[in-house]
Write a protein that binds this ligand. Structure first.
Ligand SMILES: Cc1cc2nc3c(=O)[nH]c(=O)nc-3n(C[C@H](O)[C@H](O)[C@H](O)COP(=O)(O)O)c2cc1C
Length: 244
């Protein structure tokens, strides 16, 4: 970890790769994003790999029917400061098992949680799977999907499944750099919930209707994030910000 932007304790990141194969391009892609983020700021990572747990998911209809290992994974995911999620494209969407896993996630657990979206596919033409399939799923959870997702194709990888494309690396750098200002205040979501709860209780006790409420008192964590971290990351890497 070469640079430290944040003064808080390490970010609690949960990463998910929906790639069922071993080795898996999706897994390699998600690992590369983890590495880039870890290079920018202190993180602790729990990496959920479908190459390991995929076969455990199919038979369960209810969460308590899942093996303990998967239940623990879900609990960690719900407690994360931020998520990195990746899936292979199957038939122009995320895989069925990827969706099945997220069907078990508690509906309100991901509210305001930043989510970096990633996918790997065989074709360039399915890059919009990020926008048309993954982003709506996490919008349902009221998660905060990060502005830039990362899409890779088979051509971006060596036969050993390491990343060989400079453009893909630049895209990962850009996605992480643009994520940093948002991640900086991700852990504040817990504090924000407390503040909102306190305010609600106060409001219930205060029957006056003319009291002026300052917005920044109510949503203390909703300050405009500083872009300094993103800019220095991009300049540090010396890449152009308009990589497609
Ligand atoms: C059942 C199946 C369906 C697929 N459908 C698509 C598709 O619709 N679009 C696409 O671009 N790639 C498709 N692919 C290719 C995979 O998305 C691609 O090879 C991916 O990188 C595999 O990821 P993995 O190595 O993590 O398993 C499909 C692959 C499989 C096995």
């Amino acid at each position: 970890m070469s640079q430290q932007f944040f003064s808080q304790k390490p970010l609690n990141i949960v990463a998910v790769s929906g790639g069922l194969n071993n080795p898996s391009k999706t897994e390699a892609l998600v690992q590369e994003i983890i590495n880039e983020l870890g290079d920018a700021t202190p993180i602790e990572v729990h990496f959920i790999k479908f190459s390991e747990i995929g076969h455990l998911l199919g038979g369960a209809i209810y969460r308590n029917q899942l093996p303990q290992r998967v239940q623990d994974d879900l609990a960690k995911l719900e407690a994360a400061d931020a998520l990195i999620v990746g899936t292979p494209v199957y038939r122009a969407s995320f895989t069925g098992l990827f969706k099945h896993f997220f069907d078990f996630v508690e509906q309100t657990a991901l509210v305001d949680v930043p989510v970096l979206l990633a996918a790997s596919g065989g074709s360039d033409r399915h890059a919009l799977v990020l926008e048309h399939q993954l982003r709506p799923l996490f919008s349902f959870f009221q998660a905060q999907t990060l502005p830039i997702g990362v899409y890779a194709t088979d051509r971006d990888f060596t036969p050993e499944y390491t990343i060989k494309s400079d453009l893909l690396r630049a895209r990962i750098t850009l996605a992480v750099a643009r994520a940093l200002p948002i991640l900086e205040w991700a852990p504040a979501k817990g504090k924000r919930a407390e503040v909102v709860k306190d305010k609600s209780q106060q409001a219930n006790q205060n029957l006056g209707i003319n009291k002026q409420i300052e917005q920044d008192e109510v949503l203390t964590s909703a300050a405009v994030p500083s872009l300094d971290a993103a800019e220095s990351r991009l300049h540090h890497k010396n890449i152009k910000t308009n990589v497609a």
